[in-house]
Design a protein around this ligand. Structure first.
Ligand code: ASP
Length: 592
């Protein structure tokens, strides 16, 4: 028998019992005449004690050979500890060991296996099996498992059925690059890995399945960031005979249910905001509404007074950093300005107005504006003594984006973005199409299967180019704390409207037919009205647990920033025979 208990089980009521435990050696302290060893498994840590006097010499010497991460089985008696450790649940007891079996030895691990490790990202990924022994990772994965179980439980109670869709498919345009897989049996042809099961789930609706869901791997060949991985998991759903309202309600309830069952938290109704309002007030389609600091447009108040920078700007916009006037010296403002001028943000400059506690008004543009002018700006923001306005100007879209960064930074600095304060938000009424100046083409803001709003359908079928820019879609995103959890839309189910959309997106009839003929074909056989959404599952877990979107520790085997799996060392070269078989001649670029 390997164990009677786990390493997190034993308490004072077990004192006197003879027990058997198995686990890994976390570390030992050798005091000469006695030795303490911490034994760890997934469930906790238990202190073992070896006392030379009370045990055989042989056992004591064997205990001394134990290195970190050795795997052992011990038998012993539960004792009350003299000096208790209130920080762990087993801190009141220890095991006086009478029998020790070394089940396996271990090399010295390359980093410490503790809550705060000294290992860098790549080394931790290379030795993922060691990193996985750390409590924070195990807790993340256990949390993830719980969220998955509860998601399945909720959705199946609601009548959704889980259907698996294929992994080897043809490219679906979701805006990213595809990973492709060469076909041996169809030489020169490729499968694509799904960026999402989008078209399949729509086909399932045409197939009459009514309510579909799947916890599904999706693949996108994009540049990686902390909140992105080339393969990730979605809670993917689709429903028939529903309006946007039905979908938002169902998934609002799912989200509430998950927070309740996995975190014990209750939420009321989620607020909603249109895309236009989000851009106007926060310069972002995923605003963090844990704090206010909304944008105020200063065009009317600040232009036409002789300050050339503002006069020539398309937009003058500001935020009020409440209570910050006295916290920011000129040097601090200079540093903040430099932060805004970094290439990642690219602001030209930053204007401030400080309303001092003594009633004074100071501004970097004091030369151009009278005190009355500046006070009028303050009124626009409802600024009080001690507040500080931060103002940017320039081309509208860029300036809003820069102001979004500044607002988030100020929110962080002012401690307004508390990780365990959850503020969900639906962003609705996204534009259907986005005009791309560079390629002079429309892109689908969500994806090409998204339906325009009912009231915009007529304009879409018959309107001119300018009209297309103003079309609104039945498309929505769920945002929590400024992190996009997921989104979806009501789909087009009419063949002509779908063809028109492909046309607007620059597909010729032949291209549309070649890529999506199956869908257009299906739409000719009685496609029901339908819609759905997908949540990023890794991200949802990360946000629920940590309040942030960094997903790496919620994926058992993630890839690094270069898209590499450091443990198995992938991607890797393949043999020439394999290449030949796949008809893939590789021409590597010359070394020089
Ligand atoms: N397929 C979409 C996505 O991956 C979600 C949806 O529209 O249901 O974002």
């Amino acid at each position: 028998m390997y164990r009677t208990h786990k390493c997190g089980d034993l308490r004072m009521e077990n004192v006197g019992e003879e027990v058997i435990l198995s686990g890994w050696v976390q570390g030992s302290r050798d005091l000469g005449y006695m030795m303490y060893t911490d034994l760890r498994d997934r469930y906790g840590i238990t202190q073992l004690i070896f006392i030379e006097e009370n045990t055989s010499k042989e056992l004591f010497e064997k205990a001394r050979t134990l290195g970190r991460e050795y795997v052992v089985r011990v038998k012993g008696t539960v004792l009350e500890r003299k000096s208790k450790n209130p920080n762990i649940p087993t801190g009141n007891i220890e095991i006086a060991v009478s029998d020790l079996e070394i089940l396996n030895v271990s090399k010295v691990p390359p980093f410490t296996i503790e809550n705060d490790t000294d290992g860098g990202e790549d080394i931790r990924m290379k030795y993922r099996y060691l990193d996985l022994r750390r409590k924070p990772l195990q807790e993340s994965l256990m949390f993830r498992s719980k969220v998955a179980v509860e998601t399945r439980s909720f959705l199946s109670k609601e009548g959704f059925i889980e259907v698996e869709t294929p992994v080897l498919i043809k490219s679906t345009p979701e805006g990213a690059r595809d990973f492709v897989v060469p076909s041996r049996m169809n030489k020169g042809q490729f499968y694509a890995l799904p960026q999402s099961p989008q078209t399949f789930k729509q086909i399932l609706m045409v197939g009459g399945l009514d309510k579909y869901f799947q916890l599904v791997k999706c693949f996108r060949d994009e540049d990686l960031r902390a909140d992105r991985q080339p393969e990730f998991t979605q809670i993917d759903c689709e429903m028939s005979f529903v309006t946007q309202e039905d979908i938002l309600n169902t998934f609002e309830r799912l989200t509430q249910y998950l927070f309740k069952t996995c975190k014990g938290l209750d939420f009321g109704k989620f607020p909603r905001m249109t895309y236009d309002e989000a851009m106007e007030k926060y310069g972002s389609d995923k605003p963090d509404i844990r704090f206010g600091m909304e944008f105020h447009n200063l065009n009317d108040l600040a232009k036409g007074k002789g300050f050339p920078v503002f006069d020539s700007a398309e937009l003058v916009v500001g935020i009020n950093a409440e209570g910050q006037a006295e916290n920011y010296s000129n040097k601090d403002i200079k540093k903040l300005t430099e932060w805004m001028q970094r290439p990642q943000i690219g602001a030209k400059g930053l204007v401030y107005v400080k309303f001092g506690n003594d009633g004074s008004v100071k501004s970097s543009v004091g030369k151009f504006y009278s005190e009355d002018d500046l006070r009028a700006w303050g009124e626009e923001f409802g600024a009080k003594k001690g507040d500080m306005l931060l103002i940017l100007s320039g081309e509208e879209e860029k300036t809003r984006k820069q102001m979004n960064e500044l607002r988030l930074e100020m929110g962080t600095r002012m401690g307004l973005r508390k990780p365990q304060d959850f503020k969900p938000l639906w962003v609705v009424d996204f534009p259907l199409l986005e005009w791309d100046e560079d390629s002079e083409r429309f892109h689908a803001m969500h994806h090409p299967f998204t339906s325009p709003k009912k009231e915009d359908m007529e304009r879409m079928m018959n309107g001119d180019h300018e009209t297309m820019k103003s079309l609104r879609a039945d498309a929505y995103d769920l945002v929590i704390n400024g992190v996009e959890i997921g989104g979806g839309s009501i789909r087009i189910h009419d063949k002509d409207l779908q063809s028109k959309n492909f046309d607007l997106l620059g597909f010729t009839k032949e291209e549309a037919e070649a890529q999506f003929g199956f869908l257009l074909g299906a739409f000719e056989y009685g496609a029901p009205p339908h819609g759905g959404l997908a949540f990023g599952f890794d991200r949802l877990c990360a946000v629920m647990m940590t309040g942030e979107g960094a997903i790496r520790d919620f994926i058992a085997f993630p890839k690094n920033n270069q898209g590499r799996d450091m443990m198995i060392d992938a991607p890797s070269l393949i043999h020439d025979e394999q290449l030949d078989e796949l008809c893939l001649a590789i021409n590597l670029p010359d070394e020089d």
